[in-house]
Design a protein around this ligand. Structure first.
Ligand SMILES: NC(=O)c1ccc[n+]([C@@H]2O[C@H](COP(=O)([O-])OP(=O)(O)OC[C@H]3O[C@@H](n4cnc5c(N)ncnc54)[C@H](O)[C@@H]3O)[C@@H](O)[C@H]2O)c1
Length: 288
């Protein structure tokens, strides 16, 4: 699915890796991009390069730490001033795992003070992306529908570790699993409100997310997922696509739509549906 010329994308983590490839691809399709990143140098350099190549302003950069709500709102102000409407928001910024508590060692545990967990990964990969989602929904709510009847699209970057446990990366797995079930819940909520919500969940891609040495054994065994294939999957969700609630997964060259959890789903369904109805009443949510 290709985008319409001039459509605008707000991309967090847009200066490197997946976000950079996406920014370049969207501009090559005639789109305009707002590169939102913690790193002002790389995001400005990318915007300058894209503008130079296009011979017009097709990209702007905005520095923001996605974990800080006010910084994301400020980035939106930059976007609005430059381009007005936002058609696509990509909640993409993320980092890899940091050890959250000291390694298990009964022989030294008693002599150590209790260590506060390092929740940085959850903070950026889950809370930061939720900030972006909260901003996206409020931007789209204020916009008129486009000619396809849509107010805007949110696309999140999860990971296959949103479904598969990883003993050495519990914070990353927790964050990405959070994104998966958030996306499924929000997609259902916004379905009738002309906003689509989807995610892309790749396996390992050679980017700046980890030191190069980590990728060596994956290169040797041909186990990496090409970033171009990830960008292709993002593209299937754009333009005239009305798909919502989809988790597009990619491992190597293989792509699949990951189904929602189904164990005991039928048994839980009546109770979960009723909880949803009661909470909707409590919060005053209306089904349009
Ligand atoms: N590379 C992989 O193997 C892989 C696989 C699956 C999912 N992902 C996910 O893809 C997303 C992008 O990762 P990548 O591989 O392109 O990494 P990357 O390190 O190449 O790029 C991430 C970008 O996000 C920015 N960033 C980091 N923290 C930020 C913050 N708090 N606020 C704003 N910007 C911030 C960085 O400055 C960087 O430019 C992440 O959510 C990551 O979890 C990556």
């Amino acid at each position: 699915m290709t985008i319409k010329k001039g459509e605008v994308s707000f991309i967090t983590g847009g200066a490197s890796g997946i976000g950079k490839a996406l920014s370049e691809n969207l501009v090559s399709q005639g789109g305009r991009v707002v590169i939102v990143d913690l790193n002002p140098e790389t995001s400005k350099a990318l915007a300058d390069e894209l503008n130079k190549k296009a011979g017009s302003t097709v990209a702007v950069s905005a520095k923001a730490d996605t974990t800080v709500w006010e910084e994301q709102v400020a980035a939106y102000e930059v976007a609005k001033k430059a381009f007005g409407r936002i058609d696509y928001v990509f909640a993409n910024a993320g980092i890899a795992e940091y050890p959250w508590i000291p390694a298990f060692d009964p022989s030294t545990a008693a002599s150590r003070p209790f260590t506060k967990p390092n929740l940085l990964t959850v903070n950026i990969d889950l809370v930061g992306q939720l900030n972006t989602a909260a901003l996206a929904f409020q931007i789209f709510e204020r916009q008129e529908k486009n000619e396809l009847g849509l107010r805007g699209k949110l696309i999140m970057t999860a990971s296959v570790f949103g479904y598969y446990p990883c003993p050495s990366m519990p914070m990353y797995a927790a964050a990405k699993a959070g994104i998966v079930n958030f996306m499924r819940s929000a997609a259902e909520f916004y379905k009738a409100k002309d906003i689509t919500v989807n995610l892309v969940a790749p396996n390992l891609i050679d980017t700046n997310i980890a030191p190069d040495s980590l990728f060596v054994p994956f290169r040797e065994r041909n186990l990496l997922t090409p970033v171009s294939l990830v960008v292709e999957q993002f593209n299937t969700l754009l333009g005239s696509s009305t798909v919502t609630g989809q988790a597009l997964s990619i491992n190597g060259e293989e792509v699949w739509v990951h189904p929602p959890e189904s164990v005991k789903f039928k048994e839980n369904d009546p109770s979960c549906k009723l909880i949803d109805e009661e909470i909707s009443k409590l919060f005053g949510y209306t089904k349009i």
